[in-house]
Design a protein around this ligand. Structure first.
Ligand SMILES: C[S@@+](CC[C@H](N)C(=O)[O-])C[C@H]1O[C@@H](n2cnc3c(N)ncnc32)[C@H](O)[C@@H]1O
Length: 430
């Protein structure tokens, strides 16, 4: 999305990601310099949006970026792995518009285009409210009338049109995704190109989604009596993104960034921490950087749409009291042990077991929330984490504190309480 200059390094933000460490990167660089200098192999255990993996890679370290979510793996792969790129213009010429085969969709697209051209939000808001209200009745019937291939090819239109995305946007998301999968199945593109194209698609949907906070936890809930002026502006703005064109711009951006970055055999993996501890053996690792989730909020809920789009099957939908959830979540979302108080301690212990398995140093990010009443309560306390750190690393444990506030606001008086989160790096030297 944007290029950030962090200590002279260009870092790309492919998606709006909750808890992305953009503002903490200087502290992470400081801790890495202290532990490793600019030589060695680093495991970014929870790579998320890939910004930390990119930073360490740009500093010249070999990086293995890992995440349990597949879409995050694809993003990290695209941004740090060795790149081989074919002719971009030729590749992009394969992505062309065509009409939807689904009954009634082109009519909806036409009404939508008219509204966007006239900058009239009424039709768009009506489509949104009607879709939300009639979802189970209309969409489930439509889905039931299609075979598996038809469902897969029209995933975004069937599941997310009229709410998260406009009808035309959803049609284009399906078109781009089908083409990317078609190209990789026929081996017309490399795995690297596949990850780059998928990253451009994720970046495009992150920019154009009509939701609070630009994640995918839920579509905007429109309350006509309450937030109409705000919603009217946003729906016009978000629905106006031309998905096909935005995707092509993103591909070119990514290709340019990658052509300027060095290949150094960094790569991404798509593993759950538990399986990294128990099963998989990676190469020698000098440093583990760990930025796990700290709250009850599951990333698979906030990012279920890119996750569903990265699959080659149509999802089975989660039902609550016999009805599809407003967020339209799939049943088999990944549930992280870090997001429950019952299992968090064990999950954190696994991080230390992993660092012991590789005899590596460890940097663990922790964010202290000032406001525990916001629903962002931490699943483990800093004291418990420090106990664990000392159990495994003895006296070789240090803290680097980093306050977000002064970087975020020029005027200290405008700081709101919940924004005063403080980031701490627990630095464990082997
Ligand atoms: C706080 S985010 C990481 C953000 C990242 N550092 C960035 O700057 O974008 C935590 C990540 O941990 C991943 N995750 C959660 N539980 C996991 C597990 N058990 N194994 C591997 N990844 C996990 C989530 O998918 C999420 O992307």
């Amino acid at each position: 999305m944007t290029l950030k200059d962090i200590d002279g390094l260009s870092i790309y933000r492919p998606v709006q990601y909750l808890g992305a460490k953009i503002r903490t990167l200087p502290a992470i660089i400081e801790a890495t310099d202290y532990l490793l200098g600019s030589n060695g192999t680093c495991l970014d255990l929870f790579s998320g949006s890939s910004v930390v993996s990119q930073t360490l890679h740009a500093k010249g370290l070999k990086v293995i970026g890992n995440d349990a979510l597949r879409f995050s793996f694809l993003i990290t792969h695209a941004l740090i792995s060795n790149h081989q790129l074919s002719n971009v213009e030729k590749l992009l010429s394969r992505f062309v518009n065509s009409d939807s085969e689904l009954h009634g969709i082109e009519k909806k697209i036409s009404a939508e285009k008219n509204a966007i051209n006239k900058k009239d939000p009424t039709v768009l808001i009506k489509q949104n409210i009607e879709t939300l209200m009639d979802w189970d009745k209309k969409r489930l019937n439509l889905i039931a009338s299609l075979n598996e291939t038809e469902k897969w090819k029209n995933t975004a239109v069937l599941l997310y049109s009229g709410t998260y995305f406009g009808f035309n946007q959803a049609k284009h998301i399906d078109l781009i995704r089908s083409k990317i999968f078609d190209l990789i199945r026929k081996k017309n593109i490399t795995l690297y190109e596949y990850s780059l194209l998928m990253t451009a698609l994720f970046s495009t949907i992150s920019q154009s989604v009509f939701s609070a906070g630009k994640h995918f936890a839920q579509p905007h809930l429109i309350k006509t009596e309450k937030n109409l002026p705000f919603i009217s502006k946003r729906i016009i703005q978000d629905r106006s993104y031309d998905v096909l064109e935005t995707f092509k711009i993103k591909v070119k951006e990514l290709v340019k960034i990658k052509s300027e970055s060095k290949n150094n055999d960094s790569y991404a993996t798509n593993e759950n921490l538990e399986s990294l501890v128990k099963n998989r053996k990676l190469e020698k690792i000098d440093l583990i950087y760990a930025d796990p989730p700290y709250t009850a909020q599951q990333y698979s809920r906030f990012y279920h749409i890119p996750e569903v789009l990265s699959e080659d099957k149509f999802p089975e939908l989660q039902l609550v009291n016999g009805k599809v959830t407003r967020g339209i979540y799939p049943v088999d979302r990944f549930k992280s042990k870090f997001c429950s108080k019952k299992t968090a301690h064990e999950a954190f212990e696994d991080i230390f077991l992993l660092s012991k398995k590789y005899d590596s140093s460890l940097i663990l990010s922790y964010s202290l929330s000032k406001n525990s009443a916001t629903g962002n309560e931490r699943m483990i306390s800093l004291d418990k984490l420090l106990d664990l750190s000392r159990k495994f690393y003895g006296k070789n444990v240090h803290l680097i504190e980093f306050a977000h506030t002064y970087r975020q606001f020029n005027n200290i008086a405008s700081v709101v309480n919940k924004k005063e989160d403080k980031e701490i790096q627990i630095v464990c030297k082997k």
